[in-house]
Design a protein around this ligand. Sequence first.
Ligand code: FES
Length: 112
Amino acid sequence: MGKITFLPSGKSIKARPGQTLVSAAAAARVVIPQRCGGHASCLMCRVVLEKGELSAPSALERRKMPENDLLEGIRLGCQAKATDKDCTVRIPESRWKSVVQAALERQRNGED
Ligand code: FES
């Protein structure tokens, strides 16, 4: 069993080899956004492999994800699976959340 650490929360969990990141995240009480129920169609579950190892991309994942994204370690959480090695994955912040945070920051600084 490899340990998966989810950033930015830092929560981690031991995952079975073959367990998807979405499933491991749910067990660790970490939310990976998704809308298609793990059918590799919404692409909302993208995560970034920062360290360690995940399963090789499946044919479906290769079909859905641009080659460059895969080379940069961007994976679909519903398709990428744990191995027996540890890994660290980052769940990107939602764009909307960053926009709201930037607006609040400007307001705090008296710019608005
Ligand atoms: S959950 Fe929709 S693509 Fe992964």
